[in-house]
Ligand binder design. Structure first.
Ligand code: SF4
Ligand code: SF4
Length: 433
């Protein structure tokens, strides 16, 4: 199928750049840094969240019933991931599917391999993103001993969490997630809240935020908007036809309409803007400096003129790839589709896939495919058109490639821009002279 707008990178050959190799000069001019989301258990999961963007990979990628990255592939990945980066710290992220399904011994093997390949002077950090259902004392003891950071998926108080996050038989999971959080706290394992903002919980911003901060006790929160095109199971991002891309503000650009471009559980773009604005005000008034919210921290940093801390609000991306259980590497965690497969760890070291003409073009396309509507936007340098996977709409001029969340993002930035400037002034004043 023909791509709907320019910057097709999927047919490009894999040609390593000069920067794929370590700069060994006395004064290096660059450092190789990137991130790979590892999915050693593929898409396999023990629950069945209605909005999950990954469960369907079992069919799309023809995965076996119980995918498992074998020891040789795991060792190759760990070795290459360490060797392909410069700097004092290497961060591994383990996700799925549900990564704990592989069992505790699998991760004992992971840390043993990391120790084997870690050179002196380098520190290894591990993150585990989990629904928490399998966490128990044994797991938490291990996570504490090995200094893992846990990302725990939770969507707010019981009635909001249990609406979409259910078991295969439709049973609620809230109590089991709270039990996991209690276990993590008992063992002193640091954890973040990973909260998907969907069509339902987006309508209750304060209930969600206050639950996460006051009841769960989270001091780091990652909010992710749920945006799922109806064709996401079969059609890779940017392969939508122009007929599938409704205009900004049209009924089809909202969830719930029979002809909507997105699933019913996707967040309404205007609710997303309202959610962010309300939570931002609450955060500024009560929790600034105490609670870290991913989207707010980066907006403050960008207002200070610093680079974005998140790929979605950066000018370029392409440094956050994904590896599947079979060793296949994809351009991004949200682009695990055959079209965006960069190569296999068995055939190429990671540095040659990440620092390649093809992956560079993927990252540059985030900026270079922006419609004129975004390029003229007063908030461009805070937003950069958000993630290309969400660019499902056409602009008022009929140009394809506008972000589905645009109306909400504009509202949010309009509302909080003066506060962001105020925070930036205060932070500058508090800097030592
Ligand atoms: S495609 Fe989206 S999620 Fe992936 S690296 Fe780029 S901005 Fe980030
Ligand atoms: S707010 Fe809308 S127009 Fe502005 S950069 Fe973001 S997506 Fe583009």
């Amino acid at each position: 199928m023909k791509k709907t707008f320019a910057n097709d990178t999927t047919q490009m050959p894999l040609i390593p750049l000069a920067t794929a190799q370590k700069d060994t000069r006395a004064q290096p001019s660059y450092q190789r840094r990137f991130h790979v989301m590892a999915k050693p258990g593929g898409s396999q999961c023990n629950i069945d969240c209605q909005y999950c963007f990954y469960l369907h990979k079992e069919q799309l990628l023809h995965q076996p019933k119980q995918p498992r990255m074998d020891e040789a592939t795991l060792a190759q990945f760990i070795k290459s991931y360490i060797e392909s980066q410069d700097g004092p710290e290497v961060v591994f992220s383990w996700q799925g599917g549900e990564p704990t399904l592989l069992g505790l011994d699998y991760y004992r093997q992971v840390v043993a391999l990391q120790r084997q390949y870690c050179p002196p002077g380098v520190t290894i950090q591990n993150d585990l993103q989990t629904n928490g259902l399998l966490l128990n004392d044994d797991w938490c003891r291990f996570l504490k001993e090995e200094n893992f950071l846990v990302g725990l998926s939770i969507d707010g108080p019981r009635e909001l969490h249990d609406h979409y996050r259910v078991t295969r038989s439709g049973k609620p999971t809230f109590d089991r997630v709270i039990a996991a959080a209690d276990c993590l706290k008992r063992h002193g394992v640091p954890f973040n809240a990973l909260t998907v903002v969907n069509r339902l919980n987006a309508q209750q911003p304060l209930a969600v935020y206050r639950f996460l901060t006051r009841e769960l006790g989270a001091t780091y929160i990652q909010f992710t908007p749920c945006v799922e095109p109806k064709v996401y199971q079969s059609t890779a991002p940017q392969f939508w036809t122009p007929q599938q891309m409704p205009a900004l503000g049209s009924p089809q650009s909202k969830p719930g309409h029979p002809m909507s471009v997105v699933t019913d559980w996707s967040v309404d773009p205007d609710d997303w803007g309202h959610f962010l604005t309300v939570v931002f005000e609450e955060w500024v008034n009560n929790d600034l400096g105490r609670v870290l919210v991913n989207l707010f921290e980066t907006a403050v940093a960008q207002t200070l003129g610093q680079p974005s801390q998140l790929c979605v609000t950066a000018e370029f991306c392409g440094k956050g790839l994904a590896i599947e259980h079979d060793g296949a590497v994809y351009s991004c965690d949200h682009y695990v589709y055959p079209e965006y497969r960069v190569g296999r760890i068995q055939d190429h070291p990671l540095n040659e896939m990440v620092f390649s003409t093809r992956q560079l073009a993927f990252g540059l396309a985030k900026r270079d495919s922006l419609p004129a509507y975004c390029r003229a936007c007063p908030h461009l340098k805070l937003c950069w058109g958000e993630c290309p996977k969400n660019r499902l709409l056409t602009t008022p001029d009929g140009e394809p490639g506008l972000n589905y969340l645009c109306s909400g993002l504009r509202h949010f930035f309009d509302e909080v821009a003066p506060m962001l400037t105020g925070i930036a002034v205060l932070l500058r004043q508090s800097e030592p002279r």
